[in-house]
Design a protein around this ligand. Sequence first.
Ligand code: S3P
Length: 436
Amino acid sequence: MNFLVLPSTLRSGTAVVPGDKSISHRALILGSIAEGQTEVSGFLAGEDCRATLKALRDMGVDIEEVDATDLRINGVGMHGLAQSMQPLDLGNSGTAMRLFAGLLSGQSFDSILTGDDSLSGRPMKRVTNPLTAMGAQIDSDDGTPPLTVHGGNALVGINYPLPVASAQVKSAILLAGLYAKGETFITEPGVTRDHTERMLRSMGVTLTAENGRICMPGEQSLRATRVQVPADLSSAAFLIVAALIASDCELLLQNVGVNPTRNGVIAILRDMGADIVLENARVLGEEPVADIRVRSSELHGIDVDRALVPLAIDEFPILFIAAAAASGQTRFTDIGELRVKESDRIDAMVRGLRALGITVKEEQDDVAVQGGHFTGTTIDSRGDHRIAMSFAVAATRADAAVQIKDVATVDTSFPGFSACLHSLGVNITQQEGSIS
Ligand code: S3P
């Protein structure tokens, strides 16, 4: 499937974007191993989270879908999961693969974890190394999926300085740590999203997190809770930038998660001159949320603070578009982690921006984007949802039609993306088939 976007500007309005992907995965996994029934509202019914849901059902968990975004998870307790009769297919989801590697290391049975072509190329040693040090036994294809996670191993707590700032790795270790004897200590080299820690605490787990050091005693159990999933800031970011680069637009995005370990995109855009106001700030369950009001702004280039990279890790593709629409140059440094996401996002963005007529310099893991005008072209999204959505937003400002190839994976994180843009006045259509 492809997008065809004709030059058109976003018009003022209000939108609610789908639920947070990271929190939806965690609600499913933690709710499944809790005692009692966990009620989830605002669940993201995208392909990634549906893969996690199916995998948990394959392991015997009863998950009722009250409607598309409301679930009741009948938790089976820490030792109630059953062996799946088939490999667990996690589709495009790195989060599911890494969190399950941790969870399944502590079970009594073996599991096989597989994924699509993109996931099958993604690095897993970052989770298998610490998990193996805890006593797990995991076979991989030289560090990439499929993974065979062997059960029946006694795990022990670990004292682990994370070599990369990664919430997925941290969460995998914490999940294994729940099954381990003794305490697990994790030191983070940079701030990463803390949804796992917040949800574990809300389910009665003892855990401390201070100055980048997390400490959790092992052999704990979880009690069911109610999880209200806020709208996903990573999805909202596409609409935020679309409004910022539009000619005269004011957009209100309701009920968006603004967890301080996740909100780097707002800080970076404000540094670039963006008019973004958080209204009605409140706490939903364990997570801070707000309504985000955005007004079209004259953006200017900046040097992006490298400490903000893990806090905005999924937003760099759309930040590249903001930089390309800004005046002057924006420099991104130390963004190498982008090379191991659903695609090599540095390469995909650099080539796509050049096709749009933008001057971009790439030197190892640093990129400098010179603001300019977008021309009509065809973009290869490489089957990466965030690349596809970023160029759809850029296309609203192009001087001719932009076609974006291979966009079906947009449904992994933002089902209804093109309908949402369309309802806000963007001339976007979906076309079946593939184009060369
Ligand atoms: C996620 C963590 C991030 C992010 C991913 C979701 C999570 O990955 O890129 O989309 O839910 O924990 P890393 O932790 O590998 O940086």
